[in-house]
Every structure is written in structure tokens, then in C-alpha cells.
Design a protein around this ligand. Structure first.
Ligand code: SF4
Length: 442
């Protein structure tokens, strides 16, 4: 019997409960002695999808846990394993757990950390790895009716988040997909329609804004139907009168945007609030190096068509600095494209190398060089922007209160200065959010 009314709890309350790692009390009446310390502690930086889809639904199971020395089952997850090759960290922790666990206790590794299975090579006994559908598998093992949630009303952002597909069939050379196994799986279109009909009948107000999310939305349906069914999915969502706005914050791959997908996006463009398409770099040479499927020309066609269909769509992109072989020419081209494509927001990351990535064979770009390239990008943007831009970029200066950072913060002059609006951490990097209002007239 649960102590909590999960149905009526806010997102904040649920997350606080998930992350609450206060010492559990031994419970004589628990059916299974489960310890979740390593899961609760390590998922505090977990991505939005994993939290909403997998971990929050797991709360009833995590309510009654026991201290580590008493546990017959030890749950293990690690959020770093999702975005970079954190295998050293995961392996070290798993070996420590294996050494100090109660005799006979089983370790259950869930999520991306389950990729450690191949690296452990059988060196730890009594250990289970569940990379996907682990919420259901845990529920089945311990007798809880818990399952992953692909439709979640987010009361922070006031939108209905939908994850119609998980995984990606591409192999971008900087991506963990080149060395991790992550299952590709779509939800049937009929299941999505049933869920939307249910929301329309029971709580239509929650459908006002739909946030359609996935690592690769463009490939939706390929496993079930043998072709991309994203156009039909977009048409379906847009067909509900209750849906006033649609967001695509992640998952539209430019290289896989077919004319049919572009048509569907344009048909409902007036409902589209924001849309992310990641150009990553500014030259065809670098696009080939990172194994992206688009070209500068194809990106220009798609992004300009969308902008024409609805001039007020918020266009978002991520870009990468510090790739092997990157030159100042690549950076200047990138600045030119950011201006030409009229992005409203750009998330700039430093390229992070990982030993098992294809790009690891190239000599790395030094820290000093990538910082210099970032500064050149920011300077160049001052000449290319056609509309205001918010760019979230890695913190160039080490101390947040250094004179140079303070200069950013005070940079409110009405000329070429970037204005600092805050800080954020993404992908294990600290970022500063810069905003520039002045731009070149067309
Ligand atoms: S499209 Fe995205 S998720 Fe897929 S391999 Fe490329 S970067 Fe990774």
C-alpha cells in the first residue's frame, strides 16, 4: 500500500521524492529488501526523458528500501552513462558494490549503465543488466504495477510531452550510438491516437501545447511499418482542435527530413511554437567528418521553407566547437549559417571525445584552441545575425566571478556586446547564456 497519492502530486514533489536519498529504515515487513541508494544518487543529473518516462513511474517501488548492508537487491543506474563514455566510473562503482554487498545480494543495473555488461566480461557474479524497459521489468520482478510513461503532462512547462519513438538508426561519429546499444522502438500510431482521444475526453486543457520528443522523431515508425510515418503523426496531432501549439524541442534530423515530413510541418506551421533542427557545424567537410546526413544546402532549403511557412516559429539548433581538424574557416562559416538560417536559440557545446568513438582516432583540439574558436564564433556572429539570438555556450572563463565574466554580465551597452542572462549545466559542461539583441538589417 503506497504512502503517496502520485496521481495528484506535482512534478516537483515527485522529483524530490525520487532524489530523496535519506537513509532508509530497515523494514521487517518488506517483501523484497531493495537498496536504491546508487540509483537515487546517480540519477540526479538524468535527462528529462529518462526521468519522466522511466524513473518517476518507478516511485512506488522506491518507497520502501533498506540500507545497503541489509539489501538482497541493489539497484544501480548512472546518468553520466547516457551522454558520454562514463564506463570507467560505472565499472569502478559496480566493483565496489560487488565487493561490499551482503553475501548473495543481486545487483540490478538499469538504463544506459547496462552497457557496462560487455566491459565487465562476466567478472562480477549475480548481476543483471536491463538497458531498456527496466521499469516494467522491475515491476514484474517485485510485483509492482509500474510501467514506462510515454505521455506525461508536465505541470512545470504546461505541456503534454509525448515520446512516440525511442532510439535512432543513425551513427553520427560524435554520438554515443557508435559504441552503445540502445534499442529502437516506436509506439503504434493507433496507441498514440487512443491516448490523445483519452486526453481529449478526460482533460482537454492538458492538450493545449504538445511537446513531441524523441532522439530521432524523423525515423518514427520505421521498425513497425518499414517507412517513416512522422508525417501522419504530425497530421494526427495537428488535427485536434484542442491542440493550439506544438513544440519539437528535440529529434528532427535535417538529413532525414523527407519532402513529406516538411510538407506536414508546413501544413501545421501556424501551430508550431518552436522547432529544433541541429546543424552542428557549418561546412560540408565537417558534416562528412561527423557522418551527418545533411548538407549545408539541404539544411538551408528546409530551414528557410519552415521560416517562410511561419515567420514566428522559434528555430533552435545545437552546434559543436572543437571538432578534430576544425579550422577558423569552419567557424566563420558556422557563424554565417547561424545568421542566414535565422535561428532564435543556439546551444553550443564543446565536442567531447570518448575513447570508443570513431573520431577518437584524430588528434584532439587543445582546450586553448577551442576556447579561441568559441570566442571567434561569438565575435563573428555580431556581423551575421539577422534577428536577436540567445546562445548558450560553454563558460569560456574558469571563474564565474572573474573580471571577464563580470564584463559579460555588465555588457548591456547598445552596441556589439553580448548580454549574460544566466548559467546552465548541459552534458557535463557549464554554460553561460548570452543574448544579443542588435543585429544586421537584411
Ligand atoms: S541523429 Fe542524434 S541520436 Fe542519432 S546518431 Fe546522430 S546525434 Fe546520435
Amino acid at each position: 500500500m503506497s504512502n503517496f497519492d502520485y496521481e495528484h502530486m506535482t512534478m516537483d514533489e515527485k522529483l524530490n521524492l525520487l532524489w530523496d536519498d535519506s537513509q532508509p529504515t530497515p523494514l521487517k515487513d518488506v517483501k523484497f529488501k531493495i537498496n536504491a541508494h546508487f540509483l537515487k544518487r546517480n540519477v540526479q543529473d538524468e535527462c528529462y526523458r529518462e526521468l519522466m518516462v522511466s524513473y518517476i513511474p518507478m516511485l512506488p517501488l522506491l518507497e520502501k528500501t533498506v540500507p545497503f548492508p541489509d539489501a538482497d537487491y541493489i539497484l544501480y543506474a548512472h546518468s553520466f552513462a547516457r551522454c558520454s563514455d562514463a564506463s570507467d566510473l560505472v565499472l569502478r562503482e559496480l566493483r565496489i558494490i560487488a565487493e561490499y554487498r551482503k553475501k548473495g545480494a543481486e545487483i540490478i543495473v538499469v538504463g544506459k549503465a547496462a552497457n557496462a555488461e560487455a566491459l565487465l566480461n562476466g567478472s562480477i557474479d549475480n548481476i543483471t543488466f536491463w538497458g531498456d524497459h527496466f521499469t516494467e521489468k522491475l515491476g514484474k520482478k517485485f510485483g509492482f504495477d509500474i510501467r514506462e510513461q510515454y505521455f506525461v503532462y508536465d505541470d512545470w512547462n504546461k505541456f503534454l510531452a509525448i515520446w512516440p519513438v525511442d532510439g535512432c538508426l543513425q551513427q553520427c561519429a560524435f554520438c554515443r550510438r557508435t559504441y552503445m546499444h540502445i534499442r529502437f522502438e516506436s509506439l503504434p500510431l493507433e496507441t498514440i491516437k487512443r491516448a490523445l482521444d483519452h486526453y481529449r475526453d478526460v482533460s482537454p486543457e492538458k492538450m493545449e501545447t504538445i511537446s513531441l520528443r524523441a532522439e530521432n522523431l524523423t525515423e518514427y515508425g520505421m521498425d513497425l511499418y518499414g517507412y517513416q510515418r512522422l508525417p501522419e503523426l504530425i497530421d494526427l496531432i495537428a488535427s485536434y482542435d484542442e491542440v493550439k501549439h506544438i513544440e519539437f524541442p528535440i529529434g528532427l534530423s535535417i538529413g532525414e527530413t523527407t519532402p513529406e515530413i516538411l510538407d506536414s510541418l508546413c501544413k501545421c506551421a501556424k501551430k508550431i511554437k518552436s522547432l529544433a533542427m541541429n546543424i552542428e557545424v557549418g561546412t560540408d567537410r565537417l558534416l562528412k567528418l561527423i557522418n551527418k546526413k545533411h548538407t549545408v544546402e539541404s539544411a538551408a532549403h528546409i530551414l528557410k521553407t519552415l521560416r517562410e511557412a511561419n515567420p514566428s516559429i522559434e528555430l533552435i539548433s545545437t552546434v559543436m566547437i572543437g571538432l578534430p581538424t576544425e579550422t577558423l574557416g569552419d567557424i566563420c562559416e558556422l557563424a554565417r549559417l547561424i545568421g542566414e538560417f535565422e535561428f532564435d536559440k543556439v546551444l553550443c557545446n564543446y565536442y567531447l571525445s570518448a575513447p570508443r568513438q570513431p573520431l577518437a582516432k584524430f588528434p584532439p583540439v587543445s582546450q586553448g584552441m577551442r576556447e579561441y574558436h568559441l570566442k571567434v564564433l561569438l565575435d563573428e556572429l555580431c556581423y551575421t545575425l539577422r534577428r536577436p539570438l540567445e546562445i548558450t555556450a560553454p563558460v569560456v572563463y574558469k571563474k564565474r566571478d572573474s573580471r571577464k565574466v563580470l564584463r559579460y554580465k555588465r555588457g548591456m551597452k547598445e552596441d556589439n556586446e553580448w548580454r549574460c542572462c544566466g548559467y546552465q549545466d548541459f552534458w557535463c559542461q557549464s554554460h553561460v547564456i548570452l543574448y544579443r539583441q542588435n543585429f544586421q538589417n537584411k
